[in-house]
Design a protein around this ligand. Structure first.
Ligand SMILES: O=C(O)CNC(=O)[C@H](CS)NC(=O)CCC(=O)C(=O)O
Length: 280
């Protein structure tokens, strides 16, 4: 059965540093025999809008493409792209084994929150939201439906991707430490896996991204099977301030499409959309 790899890293305002972390993760995933590597959201940079470049001229994207080609390993990676005005797009790209970008998804739901003693972030100040789902695409692991981070709080897009044939739903993320520690990360991801009866692959940023220590990500990247079991997991925020686990590490899990079919057959989830038409 083919293996999927998740890679965990800590992006900063140094694109060279971020690229070199990703290159090492590609190498590790290839050595582990994975058929694809899933990296977090915003791998190119965190916290420095000035670094945003079109994919054609981004040293980060060009570097990851080269590495994917060298190891013949597809890479699913979150980046930024310039958008209208001063905004950027929070984008996910699929780089195939030839190093070509063949899929692109723009994050639909933006993280605008102001939580007491928690994160206060308004993603929509700088980010343009996407307007459509990416059609699930075929890979050596099965059909992938791509979403990003905060999208995980909404069951509908995952459900729509399942209806369009996805076997795997992905959530590359930079999940905040406070909301991760509250349990939201694991519970939401497992719920999405159980209710869509799909694998969920969620690679997360981990650690402190800026010198002021304002942006901290929870890590704890995981792969969850369609029964809701965590089949692969990396460490993250261990509760002690300043301690972060598994930066620069990968983990792998087998993707079993027969298991997906079996669970869907044994426990059919037939919706009563006639009774709650307001949920579209
Ligand atoms: O674009 C970037 O630079 C990186 N993007 C992010 O970190 C995004 C938007 S600020 N983070 C999330 O969506 C976290 C969601 C979350 O933590 C929750 O739902 O609790």
């Amino acid at each position: 059965m083919p293996l999927a790899a998740i890679g965990q890293m800590c992006s900063t305002a140094s694109m060279g540093h971020n690229l070199s972390q990703c290159q090492k993760l590609v190498q590790k995933a290839s050595e582990a025999g994975a058929k694809a590597l899933f990296l977090p959201e915003a791998c190119d940079y965190i916290g420095s809008r000035d670094l945003c470049k079109p994919v054609e001229s981004s040293e980060f994207v060009l570097g990851v493409r080269e590495e994917a080609k060298k190891y013949k390993l597809p890479v699913h990676v979150g980046i930024h792209e310039p958008a209208a005005g001063k905004k950027v797009k929070n984008t996910l790209i699929w780089i195939d084994e030839h190093g070509d970008i063949t899929q692109r998804y723009q994050k639909l739901h933006l993280f605008d929150v102001d939580i007491e003693n928690g994160p206060s972030l308004k993603e929509s100040d700088n980010v343009e939201r996407g307007h459509q789902l990416l059609q699930p695409f075929s890979t050596a692991l099965g059909k992938i439906g791509s979403l990003i981070c905060f999208d995980m709080r909404f069951p509908e897009p995952a459900q729509a991707l399942r209806a369009r044939g996805a076997h795997i739903i992905t959530y590359p993320s930079a999940f905040t430490s406070p909301t991760g520690k509250a349990g939201h990360w694991e519970i939401l991801l497992r719920a999405r896996a159980i209710e869509t009866q799909s694998y969920v692959i969620a690679a997360g940023q981990v650690g402190v991204h800026d010198e002021e220590g304002k942006r901290r990500s929870y890590g704890t990247s995981m792969i969850i099977d369609p029964w809701g079991k965590i089949v692969s997991q990396l460490g993250g925020d261990d509760g002690e301030d300043g301690h972060w686990k598994d930066e620069g590490e990968i983990a792998v899990a087998e993707i079993d499409l027969e298991y997906v079919d079996k669970i869907r057959r044994e426990l059919p989830l037939v919706r009563r959309t006639d009774v709650y038409p307001e949920i579209k």
